[in-house]
Design a binder for this molecule. Structure first.
Ligand SMILES: [Fe+2]
Length: 240
């Protein structure tokens, strides 16, 4: 089992506070059968340079891998980044260095606001001019902001991968926004094959690792075959 989206590296963003929390999160992942984790700390171009980010991320990764070396039963970690959209990013130097290690896959976080045509242009540039593959982080979370459906529809027509957050798959919640995101997740799950899931875990409490619960929810609502298809698609995505 793969957890594609996590903030599990210590002390680098608003995720794991320190190496102790990282170890506890890793053990939580392990207890639910996760064998491979993608560590995807936030990258914001307006705050840090890519070099500075990578240096800090790689230091946190090294620290975490020291932990894994002592206990080979813990899930393996591959580093990536959750790259927040910035205008013109399709042309940004070093963008490839933010891809998931050893791949051409970029995890892209889009603004929580109405999208405009520059977003389409940049995603097209990333895919066609830079030759990178795009995974859109927690797509269900942006839908409510897209009053003008044009950009949303254009983006969904592109050959990219949709990542859904586990908490929005598991739980409808009791208030409107959570309920809406749950509904959107279910719609995206039923309409698109190119879907992968991730916990987007940040800590041990309100945003903890929860992949197993989301998998159980998919199995219950969409059937075991759909879950197997997601696993197969995820494997294929990283093997290519
Ligand atoms: Fe995230």
């Amino acid at each position: 089992m793969i957890d594609f989206h996590t903030h599990i590296l210590p002390g680098i963003d608003d995720g794991s506070r320190d190496i102790d929390m990282t170890e506890k999160m890793l053990r939580m992942e392990q207890s639910m059968g996760v064998s491979h984790i993608y560590a995807t700390p936030h990258f914001y171009a307006h705050r840090r340079s890519i070099d500075y980010f990578l240096e800090r991320r790689n230091r946190a990764l090294e620290k975490t891998r020291e932990l894994l070396a002592k206990d080979p039963e813990l899930p393996q970690i591959t580093a990536g980044a959750e790259v927040y959209y910035f205008s013109g990013m399709g042309k940004a130097k070093q963008l490839d260095e933010l891809c998931v290690e050893g791949t051409d896959i970029l995890l892209l976080e889009l603004p929580f606001a109405q999208w405009h045509s520059d977003v389409i242009r940049d995603i097209e540039d990333i895919m066609h001019k830079r030759g990178l593959r795009v995974v859109l982080a927690h797509l269900e979370r942006y839908e409510a902001f897209q009053k003008d459906r044009h950009v949303w529809d254009c983006i969904l027509d592109m050959p990219l991968t949709i990542q859904l957050n586990c908490e929005d798959i598991i739980d409808a919640g009791s208030f409107f926004r959570r309920n809406h995101m749950h509904k959107t997740s279910m719609e995206l799950l039923s309409r698109y094959d190119e879907v992968i899931i991730g916990s987007d875990c940040h800590n041990l409490t309100d945003r903890k690792p929860n992949l197993a619960d989301a998998r159980a929810a998919i199995k219950k609502r969409c059937g075991a075959e759909r879950l197997a298809q997601i696993d197969e698609y995820t494997e294929k995505l990283f093997k290519r």
